[in-house]
Structures are given as C-alpha cells and as structure tokens.
Ligand binder design. Structure first.
Ligand code: NAD
Length: 499
C-alpha cells in the first residue's frame, strides 16, 4: 500500500489541553498611585462631602479595601450643579477651537498616564489588565481626541444650521467600563459647550477621580466638570436636579425606567443607554474558526459585563455540533484568575452582588432544563470569580435566553432558516446589538436591515470606534453616543428646536 494512503488512514491527532498550556505568572507591576481617600470633585477642587459620609471601594479580585470614597448627599449634588451653572456661560462662550485644546490636552495627559490608569481600573473593577491596557484606556483617550476635533466644527454638526449647547448636563454611568463610559459622556458634552455633573458607579469611582487630577492638570476651568460619588440615591439626585437641562444615563433598563418615571412631565432632554441580550448568529457558510473567536470575544470580553455582549448564540443547525464542540475546546483554555496577570482572559466579577445574580440565573437555566457546560478550572480562593459557562438545549422561554445575565454565560439556541434566525434574534425586549457570521454579503445586508438592534456587526463582534454611533432600540434605550449622531444629543438648534 502506498505510504500516502497509510498516512491518511491514521486517526487525527487531538489537541492536548492541560499542562502544556500553563504559563508562569506575569503580574503587571505599574503603580496605580491610589489615594487612601477620595473626595468629591466640585468647582475644580477636591472637597469633603457635606454629608460627612464615606464608603469603601474594594478590589473584587481579593475583596480588600482599595480606598474610601466620599458619599454625596443632596447639598453636595446641589453644590456641584451650582458650580456647573456658574461655569456654563464662560465655557459656552469659549471659542470651539479653544475648547478643543482642553480636550486634546486631556487625551494626551491620559495617554501619558495610561499604564497607571489601566492598573487602577483593573484593581477597582476586576477586568483583566490586558483589556484595561489595550482597550479601556486607549479607547477613552480616543474619544477625547475625536471630540476635540469636533469642537471647532459646530457649523457642520447640522449643515446649514447653527447649534448651541444645552447648559448643565447630569450624567450617571455604570461599572462595567468606568473610564470609557465617562469619556463617552463628558467628551461630546464638553466639545459642544455644555458643563457636566457626573456620578460614577459606586463600585468603580476611582478612575473618575483620577481623571479629575488630569482635568486640573489640563487647566480645565473650574466647574466645567464635577464628579459626585455615591450609589443609587446620589444618582437619583443627579438625574432629578432642577438645574439639569439634560440627563444622560447608562445602566440597567430597570433603573432607566425608574428615572423616566421620576422625570415624566418635565421638559428635560434625556438619553438612555440601557441593557441588552444580543444575538450572535452563525450561518453554515461562516468561517467557523473565526466565528468561534468572535463568539468567545462576544461573551467573555470583560467577564461578559458588556451591555452589547453576544449572550445568545444562534447557530445554524447544519454546523451546530461543530461550532459547539470547538467552543467547548476553546473555553477549556481560557485563563480565569488574577486580573493583574497579563495572561488572564477572565478576571474577577465586579461585585459579590453581581456574582450572586449570575449564580441565580445559571441555577434557573439548570432548573428549567438547559444543559450546562463549565470547563474544569481552578478559581482563586478569595475574590469574586465565575468560570466561563455554556448552556445548550436552551429554548426561547428560558430565563437565560430572555434576561440579561451580565456575566460569562452563553445561551446557545439553533435555527434552520434565515427567517427563523431573524425571528428568534428579535424575540427580546432589548435591541442594542447583534452579530452575523456568513460568507454572503447579501445575507449580511438583509440581516442588518431586519435585525432590530442599534449595532449589527458582520463577521466580527464588539468593535468600537468614537466615530461610530452606539445606542439601542426598544428597552435598550434611546439616543446615540459617538459619531455626529452623538453630538446631536448635546445641542439644540440656535433659536430653539430639536436638531
Ligand atoms: P445600574 O442601573 O444598577 O446602575 C447604573 C448606575 O445608576 C450606577 O451609577 C448606579 O449607582 C446608578 N443608579 C442606581 N439607581 C439609580 C436611580 N434610582 N437613579 C439614578 N441612578 C441610579 O446598572 P449597573 O449594574 O451599574 O450596570 C449594568 C447595566 O448597565 C447593564 O444592564 C448594562 O447592559 C447597562 N449598560 C448599558 C450600556 C449601553 O451603552 N447601553 C453600557 C454599559 C452598561
């Protein structure tokens, strides 16, 4: 028998996972330059809270206290709005090209201190250093650069019409991308001539307060940006303050609805960036290995704490077994553990409360009859960790297919036809993002037209750019951040009216 035929008859060698994939620890050692206590940032200075109260920010990777954070009460939020209102007229009257210079300076100073910010972000929030270093911090700087470029081009925001700033804007952000969400919010507001009162999430306030140091170094006029820290009660004060011309909220749909109820009947301009339950749809003609990487990135990036995470995988039946088996192999080699280790793929879950929510929803998936797969994986003894998780045999009525888990948990469903994929993808109250994996351009065009989602990625997932507007449909919210569309939410047409 010829040698060639003998060779093809041999069984295919299986990839060996296990000890071969062990790495030595590679901890990031840059100094995050944390202070033991952070005050409020009002009128360009760090000030003690009139409430006299502080709360702890802990490191979710080991549950140790990182710093004390001031808790802003009604008098503090009021002081922040007063400072912003005083700063507004001179800031709005500053020529756009001068405002742009401040934004450029902020971007450059953030780049100068990028490694320090990345370490602080990872310690405060639990995300892998690889992501804070390569994504969060550079992307935050990119947003300041991008909007710096818009500041002197106000005449081109709505061609043929001149635009004017709104006034003081109240902003509240979540904990999953603390610095980046802050940049998404304050860069367009400042570029268009508004002043800001912003509240970071209570578990991740530190990088906002470090950015306040940069605002001071950049010489930003006092009061143009103010940071008040605290939990939901402080957030409600920021959103409900009568001096706010507009409020911008990013967070859960539940809290977004509460804010809308709170502000119903007022003429407050609003934007809401809320939750999601995105479908990542893989057709049988997709490049399967590339799709598997996209699925992994879609759901395990930032431990799945991503509003646009591809948390529902819809896979075409002819390739379902192949995709699922490759996914299982792929997640066996994901490294879960110390977020400061440069080899870590999945860091810590942001808080004990979020970990409890993930566990509750996973338990509901098992109870309702879906099949759970978790690779064997050693989790650190202290801190909040959860292994990468796949559910097969999921039906549309399962809670894990309907509710946002906001963790490293993928629910896998199958489909036979394009129409079925579209119907299943749209069968959700959310509409933030979706992914399509196929070789056919015509199918991509049809899917992107028929999927009710603010962003549809084709043959990729979780791609962001400051020039690309981001936002939702249905219960994922309204308004856009990024691009020219994002600017429109921070201006009115001169002489009145909506852009
Ligand atoms: P959350 O709604 O619990 O909290 C978000 C922020 O709102 C926090 O700063 C919190 O302190 C504050 N807050 C809580 N109650 C409030 C109230 N009554 N009034 C005003 N503010 C209040 O959400 P979270 O758990 O921090 O973040 C996760 C959620 O954020 C997920 O649902 C995720 O999908 C969503 N998210 C959406 C986007 C987007 O662009 N659409 C981006 C990131 C996160």
């Amino acid at each position: 028998m010829p040698a060639r035929r003998r060779a093809t008859a041999r069984p295919r060698a299986a990839l060996i996972f296990g000890d071969l994939w062990e790495f030595d620890p590679a901890p990031e050692t840059a100094d995050p330059r944390l202070k033991p206590r952070y005050e409020l940032f009002i009128g360009g200075s760090f000030v003690r809270p009139r409430s006299g109260r502080y709360f702890d920010s802990i490191n979710p990777a080991n549950e140790r206290r990182l710093a004390e954070i001031a808790l802003a009460g009604p008098a503090d939020v009021d002081a922040a709005y007063q400072a912003a209102a005083r700063a507004f007229r001179p800031w709005a009257a500053t020529p756009g090209r001068e405002r742009g210079k401040y934004l450029f300076r902020i971007a450059r100073l953030l780049q100068d201190r990028a490694r320090e910010f990345a370490v602080a972000e990872t310690m405060d929030g639990g995300k892998p250093i690889r992501e804070s270093r390569d994504f969060d911090v550079p992307m935050a700087a990119a947003h300041f650069f991008y909007h710096a470029g818009w500041a002197d081009k106000l005449d081109y925001v709505v061609p043929g019409r001149s635009v004017a700033p709104l006034g003081v804007v109240g902003q509240v952000i979540p904990w999953n991308f603390p610095l980046l969400m802050l940049a998404w919010k304050i860069a367009p507001a400042l570029a268009m001539g508004n002043c800001v009162v912003l509240k970071p999430a209570e578990t991740t306030s530190i990088t906002a307060l470090k950015l306040a140091e940069i605002l001071q170094d950049a010489g930003l006029p006092p009061g143009v940006v103010n940071f008040v820290t605290g939990a939901g009660e402080t957030g409600a004060l920021v959103m409900g303050h009568p001096a706010a011309s507009k409020v911008a909220f990013t967070g859960s749909t539940e809290v977004g609805k509460a804010i809308m109820r709170q502000l119903a009947g007022t003429d407050r301009k609003m934007t809401m960036e809320l939750g999601g339950k995105a479908a990542n749809i893989v057709f049988d003609d997709a490049p399967i290995d590339q799709a598997v990487e996209g699925i992994v990135n879609g759901i395990f990036f930032n431990q799945g704490h991503v509003c646009c995470a591809g948390s529902r995988l819809l896979v075409h039946e002819p390739v379902a077994d192949r995709v699922i088996s490759r996914l299982r192999n792929r997640i066996r080699v994901l490294r879960v553990g110390d977020p400061l280790d440069k080899n870590t793929d999945l860091g810590a879950i942001n808080s004990g409360a979020q970990l409890a929510k993930i566990r509750r929803l996973v338990a509901s998936g098992v109870r309702e009859g879906a099949s759970l797969f978790q690779p064997p994986c050693r989790l650190p003894a202290r801190g909040f960790y959860y292994p990468p998780t796949l559910f097969t045999g999921v039906t549309q009525s399962h809670r894990i297919a309907r509710e946002e888990i906001f963790g490293p948990v993928l629910s896998i469903l199958t489909f036979r036809t394009v129409d079925e994929a579209i119907e299943k993808a749209n069968n959700t109250p959310y509409g933030l993002s979706a992914g399509v994996w196929t070789d056919k351009g015509s199918r991509i065009l049809r899917m992107s037209t028929e999927l009710k989602a603010g962003v549809v990625w084709a043959n990729t997932f979780n791609r962001f750019d400051p020039s690309s507007p981001f936002g939702g449909y249905k219960e994922s919210g309204f308004g856009r951040e990024g691009g020219r569309q994002g600017l429109l939410d921070y201006v009115r047409l001169a002489g009145g009216g909506e852009p």
